[in-house]
Write a protein of this length. Sequence first.
Length: 347
Amino acid sequence: MSLLTRPDASLTRPAALANWLFVIAGLVFAIVVVGGITRLTESGLSITEWKPLRGIIPPLNAAEWQAEFDNYKQIPQYTAFNLHMTLEGFKEIYFWEYLHRLLARGIGLVLALVMVGAWWARAIPAGYGRRLVAIFALGGLQGVIGWWMVFSGLSVRTEVSHIRLAIHLIAALLIFSALIWTALDLRRLSADPTAPPARLSAPGIAALLVLGLQIMLGAFVAGLRAGYAFASWPKMGEDWFPSGAWNPSLGIANLYDNPIVVQFVHRWWAWVAAIAALLVARAALKGDGKAAAVTLSSLIIVQIALGVATLMTGVDIAIAVAHQAVAVLTLGSLLWAIHSLKRAAVL
């Protein structure tokens, strides 16, 4: 066969494409973890320009490093918190933001290569091409959202908008979820060529929305530094809800702008999310999803323990990052459990 001749369509192997999508989902998981480190170390504003192509190359000499540092000195965060920062200290925060952006570019490149390679090899089953293009487009949009988020912290504010931070995280998790779900569909198709794509049931959608809201609240906690408000559990100091914590002038905005209220809601909505996920795990356990059910149930326990530990340690960075990482793994295992449910399963 010539190198310029495309293979016969009968050679399509959905499992191979599924494996590649799992790999890309793993890269998305990695970038979410690095994003968490970037936020917790206050590194996200260290790169003040958006250079989609030229930004691949980091500063290579002392003059270039000094120029980047001088750019950082122009934004409010430096004036407010880092007047005594050295160039070496700047390099430390620059590393995390650079790694975050480099991973983003790498994910886009790998996904593009996989899509082109799969198309050339006729390895994309009917009906899945549009889905892959949609995921790629969402990845491009995510890059724009990322810069929109960073831009919010370059003037007036000393940090990025926590609302934009949450949107950036949710967009990343939409990509992660689409990759996982599509890979699971392809795995099923590989085992049974007549298998149709799985459909989300109403209870499954409800569980995902509940967990998604909890993750969004977690992003608010990170963006507002709300985790530092109270380092105690289950009470917040001496009270279940601190007296005077609700600011009447904020109204409903207390739920996303008031650090104390946000931490309170995040604490207790966690139990709603846990119950919703455990109901899915229970349904999956009755069918073919035993592995998914056990994994999901175990991760929920670990995640609750990490959440409490994050508070009790005053937001230790390693524990806080692990808490965010396990949240993503919990989402992935919830998708796995939902995908394993029979259409007739009742939660």
